[in-house]
Design a protein around this ligand. Structure first.
Ligand code: 13P
Ligand code: 13P
Ligand code: MG
Ligand code: MG
Length: 370
């Protein structure tokens, strides 16, 4: 049997230049140095370092399986090195997501985000890694549902015999820290009843029903650490395998041609459109956004990362970007009003308790009209 390879995508915001805008090149270099040494020592097979906005992205392959201390320790070391650069350069929010390091007024940052997928390499193994900034894992709910359950998005669900029986969604409840397996198409309405609540129920994994092949993974690990109470935004990553009995790369990407509204823009407290962009636009300047997503295409070949190709670097996504601009203009005009601003229970920053405390004596009870 072929050796199993694990693709680990681990990310953290450890500081950025000029606000929560973009990772500094010296941080990328520091992380690259650590991973290059690990590759030389044979701890990992291959790696790639990049960023989306202020989130540093480590993409690694190895044979140690998910949740391996060597791999997580290596990522931690790379993040520490990049955080050290951030501190030296006095970058903004240095060490933001490394719990013990720093505090930027954002209480949600509790550690790196992780998506890991262990696979037996197929004859050809096309994979897409998605990396988002200024949003939360639930941002993948809508597009992943469309990729794996909506025949109006994915033609293969209807016409590819290998996919025709459908997919199984693992939906994770952030509050209860539990998950449920639900089948599509049979239980589509149950799936939607849950995952429409993007802040609580997250599509965590997707399996092909016919053989249980793991087709997609979304980072929710950080959220699970603090389950039991509300946990908020956490700039997410996802891994999706494609082709040959799975949705084609074009079917996967098609779901992102609709710039749907996601939570996490400005101070983690606003809704905005998720804009699919090439790597050169993976920085967020307008109102710290709008929320941004890059998609990197790979072939995994005996653990080697062949690629990436910058999949949203295509004029075919210009219209999605233009729509996102129009939606951004429209929703921005709501200023501090919902539904641009998140509901009070979901905001990362809020003055509401202070305001209520200060005004408490001035609230005058009114008799309800009969
Ligand atoms: P495969 O079944 O070989 O993945 O081909 C599907 C495809 O890419 C057509 O667009
Ligand atoms: P990040 O979560 O990307 O650090 O953004 C924080 C923020 O408040 C941006 O406005
Ligand atoms: Mg930040
Ligand atoms: Mg970020």
């Amino acid at each position: 049997m072929a050796e199993r390879v694990t693709l680990s995508v681990i990310k953290a915001d450890v500081g950025s230049i000029a606000g929560h805008h973009v990772v500094h090149p010296d941080q990328l270099a520091a992380a690259t140095k650590i991973l290059a040494e690990a590759k030389q020592k044979g701890i990992i097979i291959d790696f790639y370092v990049t960023h989306v906005g202020d989130d540093l992205q480590l993409i690694m392959t190895h044979t140690k399986g998910p949740d391996h201390p060597d791999i997580h320790g290596l990522a931690w070391e790379a993040f520490q090195a990049a955080a050290k650069v951030a501190r030296e350069l006095k970058l903004y929010a240095a060490g933001q997501d490394l719990l013990s390091e720093a505090f930027s007024g954002n209480v949600r940052g509790l550690g790196p985000g992780v998506a890991e997928l262990e696979m037996e390499e197929r004859t050809s193994e096309p994979v897409i890694t998605f990396h988002a900034d200024k949003t939360e894992p639930g941002a993948f709910n809508l597009p992943l549902f469309r990729v794996f359950a909506d025949p109006f998005n994915t033609a293969g669900l209807v016409i590819d015999p290998k996919m025709h029986s459908g997919f199984v969604f693992e939906v994770y409840d952030v509050v209860e820290s539990s998950s449920v397996l639900l089948k599509a198409p049979e239980e589509m309405y149950d799936i939607l009843a849950l995952i429409g609540t993007t802040g609580r129920y997250i599509v965590r994994r997707v399996y092909r029903k016919s053989d249980n092949l793991l087709a997609a993974v979304v980072s929710v690990e950080r959220l699970s650490l603090i389950a039991g109470r509300y946990v908020g935004k956490d700039d997410p990553v996802a891994i999706v395998r494609a082709q040959h009995g799975l949705p084609a790369v074009g079917e996967v990407l098609e779901a992102f041609a609709f710039p749907h509204l996601v939570a996490g823009w400005m101070r983690g407290s606003h809704y905005g459109p998720l804009m699919p962009v090439p790597m050169r636009y993976a920085k967020v300047t307008r109102f710290d956004g709008p929320p941004r997503l890059i998609a990197l295409g790979w072939n995994i070949s005996r653990g080697k990362l062949i690629g990436p190709v910058d999949l949203f670097d295509d004029v075919a996504f210009d219209e999605a970007r233009r729509q996102a601009q129009i939606i951004a203009d429209y929703i921005r005009r709501h200023g501090p009003f919902m539904p641009h601003r998140l509901g009070p229970e979901e905001m990362e920053y809020t003055t509401l308790p202070d305001v209520l405390e200060r005004l408490k004596e001035r609230f005058v009870k009114q008799e309800a009209r009969k």
